[in-house]
Design a protein around this ligand. Structure first.
Ligand code: VG1
Ligand code: CO
Length: 600
């Protein structure tokens, strides 16, 4: 059957600027007439000369509106001269799987339908990410191009009556305006699973999980939070590695994630934390909606901070077959991520890079063969096997190291801290604040910290004092192409190596989210093993510190509430710096909030 494309007049929207990772808005915003169409047309136009005859990978995390958007994108690709769309069965593909398939199929790029770790459902969030030929998120020059196209767009192209059944695998060929157009509906998990089998030694992982040579089975609990990783997790952990059926939970991708917030941290993956606390499982992992984030827990819910996870992986990469072949070229972390990996890079003498928040900055370093392993404090870990962070990869990497070292998660961490020292880290998020007041706060803070007299200032909190060594708004020069990315977050670096970072999130769907990151390094053995202290002692100490502050400041005592659930050792060790951060930013004045929304 012959199809004809139509050109539909439209008017531009002024709010289609991609953030840290794609465009994220409420579903209702994307459902406005022409809203999704305009943004997709801008993505396609940004391909310029590469558009005609292009091959695009398409998939999403299964949230509400993914299928509608996928079908619409197929109709628009058909009309715009794309040659082939390779789409995941039912529209499902995890973010790392898309990255891999772009590379494997030598595609022009990929469109990922996800708002990642943001909740899903008719009144929740949706998002569209665009990845380029290298498999990674579009770099700043391309997202700027896309945005510039959106603000002057006058029409989009579509084949209204081209319907493709993405619920049935197979090749579908069409003739559009006399040209051939193909849609290939592929198995969502097969390519990714075979990549994992090339990277890891699945037989040793299977021996670990099933138990061999007199060893007890190593019991895992994997929670997909009803995001896209469910089918991948079932295939890998149950079918390939022999985990028991009840070792994997929430593995059905649901449009509203079953009401869960698919963000793998101590708050939103509390179900996993509680299950691990029972002491039955040796290892726990959870992933976000689109499968690029991970949280790792040991027995009794021993929490591995993402910054530590990166460092431990870095110190043991030689256990992973993939790196024995490729060698280890370098390590990198995002600027707000704690500096644990820095010391490992130093010890094993490989390149080290500090880049702005967002995975797009790692890709260029990987393409230039300078980077093998990288991560972010926001539960992102990955390597140059793809150009996205990769949750399942991170869990398998941990298991491979455990299989070789024959140590528990906690033992690995403790021996790491003894060797390298320990970074205490916490992040405070103030979500959905007034955007204008937050912009004012950031400007004011920038003025204060960049004043010429600020360096050398001694900031005292009770008996602890910190001397400012460097303060700026982080500016990154890409060592590969020399491009500059300015104003990536206010940094206060202190003489003892402690850091306070403040930045505004680029992934929220409404209002502004302020993130305050606090990081401090300790070598003192007594402080290192702070986690071993009785939880209640820690909490009591902390409650005293905080409520004393509140009494002095005459503020509501509710402020101490969120502390209970988190990473208690870091909260205790970092209390003076946290208070300094809250003071310098004047966060309460600017946001009107007594407490952060989330603490990690
Ligand atoms: C957040 C994280 C950042 C991460 C980004 C995308 O960005 O802080 O580290 O790369 O989300 O992750 P922001 O701008 O809100 O701080 V995902 O899992 O949404 O692709
Ligand atoms: Co994600």
């Amino acid at each position: 059957m012959e199809f004809r494309s139509s050109v539909v007049p439209t008017t531009p929207f002024d709010d289609q600027k991609p953030g840290t990772s794609g465009l994220r808005k409420k579903v209702t915003v994307f459902q406005q007439q022409n809203y999704t169409e305009n943004f997709v047309q801008a993505i396609l136009d940004s391909l310029r000369d590469d558009l005609k005859g292009s091959v695009l990978i398409l998939g999403g995390d299964g949230r509400y509106y993914v299928k509608d958007a996928a079908k619409l994108i197929i109709k628009m690709c058909a009309a715009n001269g794309v040659k082939r769309v390779i789409v995941g069965h039912h529209g499902l593909l995890s973010t790392p799987a898309v990255s891999h398939i772009i590379r494997k199929r030598n595609a022009t790029g990929g469109i990922i339908l996800t708002a990642s770790h943001n909740p899903g459902g008719p009144d929740k969030d949706f998002g569209i990410k665009f990845n380029t030929r290298n498999g990674g998120p579009a770099p700043d020059n391309i997202t700027t191009d896309i945005f510039n196209i959106t603000v002057s767009l006058e029409s989009y192209k579509i084949v209204h009556d081209l319907e493709c059944d993405i619920d049935a695998q197979g090749d579908y060929a069409y003739s559009v305006d006399g040209n051939e157009f193909t849609v290939e509906v592929i198995d969502s998990v097969a390519d990714y699973v075979s990549l994992m089998k090339q990277i890891f030694d699945f037989s040793s992982l299977r021996n670990l999980l099933e138990g061999s040579e007199g060893q007890k089975p190593f019991k895992v609990l994997i929670n997909s939070l009803n995001g896209v990783t469910g089918p991948y997790v079932r295939q890998i952990f149950v079918k390939e590695l022999g985990a028991s059926e009840d070792g994997v939970v929430n593995t059905e991708p649901l449009e509203d994630f079953g009401g869960l917030h698919p963000d793998p941290n101590l708050t939103y993956a509390a179900e996993l934390v509680d299950a691990l606390k029972e002491g039955i499982h040796d290892f726990g992992a959870a992933f976000d909606g689109d499968g690029d984030r991970n949280m790792i827990l040991g027995k009794n819910a021993f929490f591995v901070t993402p910054s530590d996870s990166l460092a431990v992986l870095g110190a043991h990469l030689h256990h992973i077959p993939y790196f024995r072949t490729t060698g280890v070229k370098g390590f990198a972390r995002s600027m707000p991520t704690a500096g644990a990996i820095d010391r490992v890079a130093n010890a094993v003498a490989v390149n080290f890079y500090e880049v702005p928040t967002g995975w797009k900055y790692f890709g260029a370093l990987m393409d230039a063969n300078r980077l093998s392993l990288c991560g972010e404090e926001s539960f992102g870990t990955g390597s140059d096997h793809v150009r996205e962070k990769d949750g399942i990869w991170a869990a398998l990497a941990w298991l491979q190291i455990i299989a070789c070292e024959k140590k528990s998660v906690e033992e690995l961490l403790v021996s790491h801290w003894r060797k390298f020292g320990r970074n205490f880290f916490t992040r405070y998020d103030y979500e959905n604040c007034d955007a204008e007041s937050c912009a004012t706060m950031m400007n004011k803070l920038e003025q204060i910290v960049t004043s010429p007299v600020y360096v050398g200032t001694k900031i005292i909190h009770r008996n602890k004092s910190y001397v400012v060594k460097l303060a700026d708004n982080f500016c990154y020069e890409d060592p590969v192409d020399g491009s500059i990315t300015a104003r990536q977050g206010i940094r206060l670096l202190f003489a003892d190596g402690s850091r306070i970072i403040v930045r505004l999130s680029g992934t929220g769907s409404s209002g502004a989210t302020v993130r305050i990151y606090v990081d401090s390094y300790e070598k003192d053995e007594n402080v290192l093993l702070e986690d071993a202290q009785d939880f209640y002692v820690c909490f009591f100490l902390l409650a005293c510190i905080v409520s004393f502050d509140l009494l002095v400041r005459n503020e509501v005592v509710e402020y101490q509430k969120p502390f209970i659930q988190y990473n208690t050792a870091s909260q205790v060790v970092l209390a003076p710096l946290i208070n300094i951060a809250l003071d310098v930013t004047e966060i309460r004045v600017h946001t009107g909030r007594d407490a952060p929304t989330v603490i990690t």
